[in-house]
Design a protein around this ligand. Structure first.
Ligand SMILES: [Zn+2]
Length: 432
């Protein structure tokens, strides 16, 4: 069951509690709601005893969506989960638009600007903004979680496959040397490396066999560089010949090249690893193969947050994930910093950006609007505010957009923080 995050009167993170207990604490006036996303309550009196469960923050970074799970390592309970959707494409589009506008200056008659030379060095470890934002969103949420839950460790999926692990199983843990994990990870690796096709006849959708390119009988080893994916017919036909003798020197050549795994060379994951290490908490890493194996062993469906809960060797044998509703978080950014909006030809044709605060509200605030009876819009709405200078604003609710809601009917529930939330905090009634 998704737990409710609790902090002490001083704001120190405490052990998360059950929703029923949180409801009781709130109705008994022993606690107050502190924050809506992630839903956190603050105790009015210091707790008598403070036991801190061993909580581990687990992260499965994805290109579009990152899964985050907080797992109690002692009980195997998933305490809290979220899926953060990134805005890499929006960042990329915005930068492309800016670049086009700047480039347009070559044809345009604009005021004199002194030329810029040699002032564009990129610092070491620079990431493109679209990728850098991904790292920062994950770090933001790890830091936010640390303020309201007391994690003792972090697990991070770093690479899709650990080639070191596959090539040298003797240097790794016992679960990998014996048992099914090694075979599993090697098989997944081979499927990707050979593109889910037979290496010899290139047919798809067959039962795979692992073929030794130089057969075992001829002194071939079990190393991945000697393995290929083959269909039954090709494997049988090849017999005890090597791939080259069988007329496939290309297979023999390709096998020598390790898979240039997209994730293994993924600079964002390493950048994230470096940033997460700076939190000071012990960080363990896992492979994507291990995550999938862990998830399949526990019979869990594929979702981003369950993948996160299954990252790494430290995953508890039994994971209790029933009743967990992950918070769906969408990165939205915080307004536009553009001071002058140009038209399609790059000429400024709109008034410079005025204040973004209207009646104390800003775009991105989550509010409750209660519109009184005579109005055609009469009713109660909860949603994300899009501010308008006239004061008559738009509200994006769970059921759709509502236009023309004046800010005077709105009460803030959660101030805009660069994210939109689809659900979560759902463990408690909205009045809390
Ligand atoms: Zn074949």
């Amino acid at each position: 069951m998704q737990r409710v995050l609790v902090v002490s009167p001083e704001g120190a993170p405490l052990s998360p509690c059950r929703p029923a207990r949180a409801r009781w604490l709130l109705t008994q006036q022993k606690a107050a709601a502190l924050r809506r996303y992630p839903f956190t309550i603050i105790l009015r009196r210091p707790p008598s005893g403070t036991e801190t469960p061993p909580l581990r923050v687990k992260i499965d970074p994805g290109s579009k969506t990152t899964g985050i799970a907080v797992v109690n390592e002692a009980t195997g309970e998933v305490v809290w989960a979220a899926e953060v959707s990134h805005r890499g494409q929006q960042v990329k589009d915005a930068l492309a638009a800016r670049r086009a506008t700047r480039r347009g200056r070559r044809q345009r008659h604009t005021r004199y600007r002194p030329p810029r030379f040699d002032n564009r060095t990129r610092p070491h470890g620079w990431l493109p903004p679209s990728l850098g934002s991904r790292v920062q969103h994950v770090v933001t949420w790890v830091e936010r979680l640390r303020r309201v839950a007391p994690p003792t460790a972090i697990s991070l999926e770093l690479v899709r496959f650990d080639t070191q692990l596959i090539e040298h199983p003797e240097t790794t843990d016992i679960a990998y040397q014996q048992g099914t994990l090694a075979g599993w990870e090697v098989r997944e690796y081979l499927l990707l490396k050979w593109g889910y096709r037979c290496a010899y006849c290139h047919t798809e959708a067959i039962r795979w066999e692992v073929d030794h390119i130089v057969p075992r009988s001829r002194g071939g080893t079990n190393r991945v560089s000697n393995l290929a994916l083959a269909c039954h017919a090709c494997n049988q036909a090849k017999g005890d010949r090597t791939a080259a003798e069988d007329g496939h020197p290309d297979v023999q050549a390709q096998a020598k090249h390790p898979l240039k795994d997209a994730a293994a060379v993924n600079s964002t994951r390493w950048a994230l690893y470096a940033r997460v290490q700076r939190t000071g908490l012990p960080v363990k890493t896992g492979t994507g193969g291990r995550t999938k194996w862990n998830r399949t062993q526990r019979g869990l469906p594929k979702t981003h947050w369950l993948d996160a809960a299954c990252v790494g060797a430290s995953t508890p044998t039994r994971l209790h994930a029933r009743g967990v509703i992950p918070v769906v978080i969408q990165a939205t950014g915080r307004h536009s910093r553009q001071m002058c909006r140009p038209n399609a030809f790059g000429f400024p044709d709109k008034a410079p950006k005025a204040t973004s605060v209207v009646g104390g509200f800003r775009t991105g605030d989550i509010v409750r609007a209660v519109v009184p009876a005579p109005s055609v819009k009469a009713g109660t709405y909860v949603g994300r505010l899009a501010i308008r200078a006239t004061g008559s604003c738009n509200l994006k609710t769970a059921t759709g957009a509502v236009q023309g809601i004046h800010y005077k009917y709105c009460r803030p529930l959660h101030r805009g923080d660069g994210y939109a939330y689809m659900n979560g905090g759902a463990a408690l009634p909205p009045h809390a």
